[in-house]
Design a protein around this ligand. Structure first.
Ligand SMILES: *Cc1c(COP(=O)(O)O)cnc(C)c1O
Length: 534
């Protein structure tokens, strides 16, 4: 349609103007939900325009004709009522954090308090224009400054940036900070040490940051092999990236020795704090000797994780790295005088009553995100922190660790725990025996668990554990939920013994809307083939 019609939108009105044959609406419980295109009926729409007598404006008055489409755009034509029903039916087929437990490992909190949603939706936050002058958004700047201060406090670090959009973005930021630091000393270093248990984003970020990876192995107790670190620590090492507790859920007890080794050769220590809820209020990376830390607000601080929504991966650093941080940074103006970061830009504030403003760190690596970062995620995090208080955060960590250890003990009758010792927020099972004895693999178990009403745990990670099943119960699940999860896992172990040898286990899930999919197809066949009849 190449005209803009004068008139009003009558939202929600179904105007059936005849023609077209839509797919029939499925009965409840029927799995074959049509696509929105199949539901489409010619000329049906969810809004119509009243005739007002105002003239139509030809679009080519505003947009050059060559940019205008000639054919009607092929959008689905459905009434608002059918549109709502279609998506509501689809959401009912979906497992979600609001529906039940999510034992996914390396993901930290999955259920997020509703209070944080409320805060993120407050119009006074949600409606702020990112380009608004600082004089108009003093309250918002206070949120940013207070969040930075608290994140520094819980990590034992000096100064922060809230810009990075996710964990991996925080890692890259951290590596660019390492580079800026070494460059400023005229120090050319080439390699970053990473343990073989690390999250896949670590080596990827190293490569993106222009460094090379030196891998160190895990020892028999599930910790970084310190003698290997000793061997590789040298003048080519820019730093080490560590996750502590590591992805096996085990605390790196030799961390102080590792820190001394790395600092001793002139390198820096990077802390992957994606799963920070194991240690909040207990130990601090700053006290362990780390120089750079990233936190995943979408794992530890009340933003839903996954599902395509925005996250945030703030980076906190020690004093000697502060001047390289991304900017502009939100600051309390009164602090500027004693600021670690000498500003090289004119302060933006003009009113003397203004308390907060922006400043650019002296040797900033520049922006890593536009405007204020993923700002509402930041509001959520502050709400969560203030809601809990320092006692509450500490309690959350204690409960997360207690729940994981309860499950570890409870499951050990039927399952082998990789590196079976006191764990932190998560535990890793290995199904090597199930595979050997019954032909049942981690993926088979995960699919079966979905049929029993749970989300699947993380599988095949960390890579160093054969047939790995990584379970993180989190602090929010009750004893009853943990008991029923353990009960479901016991049931699966029994079934594996009884029917495992038959192929039944390889066909699960059969009661979910989508059955067993070909795990590799999406990677091999990049161009989808759409089968309208499927
Ligand atoms: C999730 C995770 C990351 C990556 O975070 P993203 O926000 O997904 O980029 C890095 N390290 C660890 C240990 C993680 O669990």
């Amino acid at each position: 349609m190449s005209t803009v019609r004068g008139g009003e939108v009558a939202a929600g009105r179904s105007s059936l103007r005849g023609g077209g044959v839509a797919a029939s609406i499925p009965l409840l419980g029927n799995d074959s939900e049509p696509t929105i295109f199949e539901l489409s009926a010619n000329q049906r729409s969810s809004c119509s325009f009243r005739t007002t007598g105002i003239e139509d404006y030809p679009l080519d008055k505003f947009i050059p004709k060559k940019h205008l489409r000639e054919d009607e755009v092929q959008l689905p034509q459905v009434s608002e009522r059918d549109l709502v029903a279609h998506f509501t039916r689809l959401t009912h087929r979906q497992y979600s954090v609001d529906l039940g437990a999510y034992p996914l490992g390396s993901c930290t909190m999955k259920y997020n308090p509703k209070l944080c949603d409320y805060v993120a939706n407050m119009p006074s936050f949600a409606n702020i224009h990112p380009g608004a002058p600082s004089s108009a958004i003093q309250g918002w700047l206070e949120v940013l400054v207070r969040l930075e201060e608290i994140l520094c406090e819980v990590t034992g670090m000096y100064c922060a940036t809230l810009q990075p959009a996710a964990g991996a973005a925080g890692e890259l930021t951290g590596l660019l900070l390492m580079r800026a630091f070494h460059d400023s000393n005229g120090d050319k270093r080439t390699h970053i040490i990473i343990p073989d248990s690390a999250h896949g984003t670590n080596p990827a970020s190293v490569t993106l940051g222009g460094y090379l990876v030196t891998t160190v192995p895990t020892d028999s107790r599930g910790c970084v092999d310190v003698s290997s670190v000793k061997k590789v620590a040298g003048s080519n090492i820019a730093g080490i990236m560590l996750t502590n507790p590591n992805t096996l859920g085990i605390f790196e007890e030799e961390i102080v020795e590792i820190a001394q080794l790395i600092h001793g050769c002139g390198g820096l220590l990077y802390y992957d704090g994606a799963n920070f809820n194991a240690i909040m209020g207990k130990v601090r990376p700053g006290d362990m000797g780390f120089d750079i830390v990233h936190l995943n607000l979408h794992k530890t601080f009340a933003t839903p994780h996954g599902g395509g929504g925005p996250g945030a991966g703030p980076v906190v650093v020690s004093k000697r790295l502060a001047k390289f941080l991304p900017g502009p940074r939100p600051v309390r103006i009164a602090d500027r005088e004693r600021s670690f970061v000498k500003t090289n830009s004119k302060p933006e504030h003009s009113h003397s009553s203004q308390v907060y403003g922006w400043e650019m760190p002296e040797s900033s690596i520049g922006r890593v995100h536009s405007w204020h970062g993923n700002s509402l995620v930041l509001a959520r995090a502050l709400a969560y922190i203030l809601y809990n208080g320092s006692d509450g955060l500490k309690h959350a960590s204690e409960m997360a660790v207690l729940n994981a250890n309860w499950l570890r003990k409870r499951l050990s009758n039927n399952y082998d725990v990789a590196f079976d010792r006191t764990c932190m927020h998560e535990l890793v099972l290995t199904l090597t025996k199930f595979k050997k004895d019954f032909g049942v693999r981690a993926i088979d178990l995960a699919k079966r668990l979905m049929e029993l009403g749970f989300h699947a745990p993380t599988i095949y990670f960390p890579l160093i554990v054969d047939e790995a099943l990584m379970i993180e119960p989190t602090e929010t699940e009750s004893l009853q939920t943990l008991e029923s999860l353990a009960g479901a896992l016991d049931q699966i172990a029994e079934e594996a013994r009884e029917v495992g040898a038959s192929s039944k286990f390889h066909e699960y899930p059969s009661t979910t809307p989508v059955g067993r999919v070909d795990e590799a197809l999406a990677a091999r066949q990049l161009i989808p083939t759409y089968d309208a009849k499927h």
